[in-house]
Design a protein around this ligand. Structure first.
Ligand SMILES: Nc1nc2c(ncn2[C@@H]2O[C@H](COP(=O)(O)OP(=O)(O)OP(=O)(O)O)[C@@H](O)[C@H]2O)c(=O)[nH]1
Ligand SMILES: [Mg+2]
Length: 297
């Protein structure tokens, strides 16, 4: 008998830095979500659509749910993640192998409250030297909540991803697809342009600076053979601006070069990118400034 076609929304949830965005990209086979080794990289929920012969999975990558300083940006991140989780058919709870802590516990409480089915993906198993340690860890996890499935994976190497995808599909409601087969997201190229600049900033600078940075696209012009893009990088203090720009502008130039390469690969088009850095005092603790910079629910 042929399996019935399934379709549904899946929130990829978890504390910061467990590999949610890397997992989204690995499942889609496309570098859609920005990633970095620093926590709180993702700031906006991001839809990634995976269409197969058996169904369509509507993944939502979410900001890491955390318990850090409660300024306006942090509150926004938690709110964005929680509201994404509230509207889905299934939660894909990502945890890091052999690392369970208070923040994971608080994510679990959020998922429990919503009462939707939960699949746990235990990520970064490639980094576990002694695989014998995994079994007791998995056992502990399975006792915490009634899970649809518990799958050890590596978003980096691809281990377990096929099994994970099968488990996800099985847990989704039967129904027709929502998006066209060739659509992978509902975000605009303008959105990805800003994100790819922020990705470089997040990866390159010490933790305090990425947190104080946001990117606004001022100009995005389709000139047929190329996209002409101008981006404004907002920081909170003149000292941060100085560091971002670097000696003779070298740091900023490198950010622009790398972001442009990533954009050209994602858009399949030549890109002319110019970057400007400006200071806007305390934007990350100001609700009004946040909303104007695109952090709106
Ligand atoms: N060794 C290993 N590292 C991984 C794996 N998956 C992700 N990482 C790394 O973990 C770090 C965080 O990855 P992200 O995908 O940005 O994590 P995230 O959960 O989306 O983080 P936030 O957006 O900040 O909540 C990056 O340095 C990734 O390269 C994995 O399977 N194995
Ligand atoms: Mg992320």
């Amino acid at each position: 008998m042929e399996a019935e076609y399934r379709c549904g929304y899946v929130a990829i949830a978890g504390r910061p830095n467990v590999g949610k965005s890397t997992l989204l990209n690995a499942l889609l086979g496309e570098r859609l979500a920005i990633t970095s080794h620093k926590p709180q990289t993702t700031r906006h929920s991001l839809l990634g659509v995976k269409t197969t012969a058996d169904g369509q999975i509507l993944f939502l990558d979410t900001p890491g749910i955390h318990e850090r300083k409660q300024d306006a940006l942090n509150r926004y991140l938690n709110r964005a993640a929680r509201s994404a989780v509230a509207g889905v058919d299934l939660s894909l709870f990502v945890v890091e192998a052999l690392r369970w802590g208070r923040e994971d516990e608080s994510v679990l409480q959020v998922l429990k409250r919503h009462g939707k089915p939960v699949i746990v993906a235990v990520n970064k198993v490639d980094a576990v030297a002694d695989k014998a340690q995994l079994l007791p860890f998995l056992e502990e996890l399975s006792k915490k909540h009634e899970l649809r499935a518990l799958v050890p994976i590596s978003a980096r190497t691809g281990t377990g991803l096929e099994q994970l995808e099968n488990e996800i599909l099985k847990a989704l409601p039967v129904g027709p697809r929502v998006f066209d087969e060739d659509q992978i997201t509902d975000r605009t190229e303008r959105f990805f342009a800003a994100e790819l600049v922020r990705e470089q900033l997040t990866r390159r600078f010490a933790r305090e600076i990425p947190y104080a940075v946001t990117v606004e696209i001022e100009q995005f012009v389709d000139e047929d053979t190329l996209y002409r893009i101008a981006a404004l990088i907002w920081v909170e203090r003149p000292g941060q601006k100085k560091i971002l720009i670097g000696r003779d502008g070298s740091a900023l130039k490198e950010v622009g070069r790398q972001a442009r390469i990533e954009m050209e690969s994602l858009f399949g088009r030549k890109v002319f990118l110019s970057l400007w850095v400006k200071v806007k005092k305390s934007w990350s603790s100001d609700e009004g400034a946040l909303a104007r910079l695109g952090y709106t629910d």
